[in-house]
Design a protein around this ligand. Structure first.
Ligand code: 2NL
Length: 365
């Protein structure tokens, strides 16, 4: 048997192997259980001691040289593969970093923050409460009797089951129940705003079944309509960032206030858009109904656990979505709740924006 020529052939084939798969196949062919060199090793057992002494070292040397060649070839191929990968994967550190998607603050959240800030400057605290209410806190305590039309099924979302006290359960139709709860819990004097989500079974171009409201309540001794007017005027001037905001108070009716006052704000038309400011009676100007308010009805003060001969108060309510539209020039209410990120990219606010900084341009006439 010519081991030298077997070895030369094996080494030549190993050197010619062009990938790791081929190297592995050769390893199996030579050194595997059924491999040719393994076969040679097995023949040693059948030899005479003399023969084995001659053949043994040759076969072992052959196995060692083939093993070494396989290892060297494998290492060389792996090295080449790594080189190729490094060359292909080179990182260009001068390329701009990929954009990180950036979120933004929804205009409704922004306006709620602005309102909290403005009213905090006047001494108001922010009060919150449940969105699932009972009909006593939502209606009865607000002097809205069983027969009041707002209680009707077509305006209010009722739950199928009553609570433990047998009260109808519903999605609050305004944030007034929060203020009733605050009166009962904290007593008087009281200065609070109650911002939040409210629900009415209503859906068209200008009404969504969920919308946002902020109500304000002041209870103290000797509170009168003058306090109401000053507070709303100061709030609206700060919110719209204009000193020339003019209010018009009109008599109205709400069950929870007496007297009740509808508040209009004067506007001008500039570049086809309604912009708040100036008297609504000036030529080319008009009045826009903005919020409802009034002196808290004596019965409501009693429902809040207070003596109406000792404590008086005023209250108001305004739509937050409407305020946002007016200040920031948005004209479609439904877009507020579509969840289209393009709308938010356009109208949304940076997390670090100062809440009172106005970018308002008015709303279409
Ligand atoms: C509107 C009218 C208003 C109130 C809300 C109120 C709350 C309590 C007592 C008395 Cl606890 N009143 N809230 C008062 C007047 C008007 O909202 O048109 N909102 C959009």
């Amino acid at each position: 048997m010519d081991h030298a020529s077997t070895g030369q052939k094996a080494l030549a084939r190993i050197d010619a192997a062009s990938d790791l798969d081929s190297v592995e196949k050769l390893r199996v062919e030579f050194l595997g259980k059924q491999g040719s060199i393994s076969g040679l090793l097995k023949t040693l057992g059948a030899m005479s001691p003399e023969e084995r002494q001659v053949e043994g070292p040759k076969i072992h040397a052959l196995r060692e040289s083939v093993t070494a060649a396989l290892g060297a070839r494998k290492e060389a191929l792996e090295g080449a593969a790594l080189e190729a990968r490094l060359a292909a994967e080179r990182i260009d550190l001068s390329l701009p970093a990929p954009q990180t998607p950036r979120g933004s603050v929804h205009p409704v959240s922004q306006v709620m923050d602005e309102l909290a800030e403005i009213f905090a400057d006047m001494g108001f605290a922010v009060a919150t409460g449940p969105e699932i209410e009972d009909d006593w806190h939502n209606f009865t305590a607000l002097n809205m009797p069983e027969t009041h039309p707002a209680r009707a099924m077509h305006d209010t979302f009722y739950f199928p089951d009553k609570d433990a006290e047998g009260r109808e359960m519903l999605l609050r139709t305004h944030t007034s129940p929060v203020q009733i709860r605050s009166m009962l819990k904290q007593g008087a004097p009281l200065l609070i705003i109650a911002p939040g989500r409210v629900y009415r079974s209503d859906s068209d171009a200008t009404h969504t079944p969920m919308f946002h409201q902020v109500e304000g309540l002041v209870i103290d001794k000797g509170i009168h309509l003058g306090h109401l007017k000053w507070t709303l005027e100061t709030f609206l001037k700060a919110f719209f960032e204009r000193e020339d905001i003019v209010l018009r108070l009109r008599p109205s009716y709400f069950p929870f206030t007496e007297p009740s006052v509808e508040v209009d704000v004067g506007f001008a038309i500039e570049n086809g858009r309604r912009v708040l400011g100036g008297s609504g009676d000036a030529p080319g100007h008009g009045w826009m109904e903005l919020l409802g308010s009034g002196m808290v009805n004596r019965k409501v003060i009693e429902f809040g656990g207070l003596d109406p001969d000792e404590w008086q108060g005023f209250a108001f309510g305004v739509g937050v979505d409407r305020l946002a539209m007016l200040k920031y020039g948005m004209d479609d209410l439904r877009a507020f709740f579509d969840g289209d990120v393009r709308w938010l990219q356009h109208y949304g606010f940076g997390a670090l924006d100062v809440p009172t900084l106005s970018g308002g341009v008015g709303t279409p006439a």
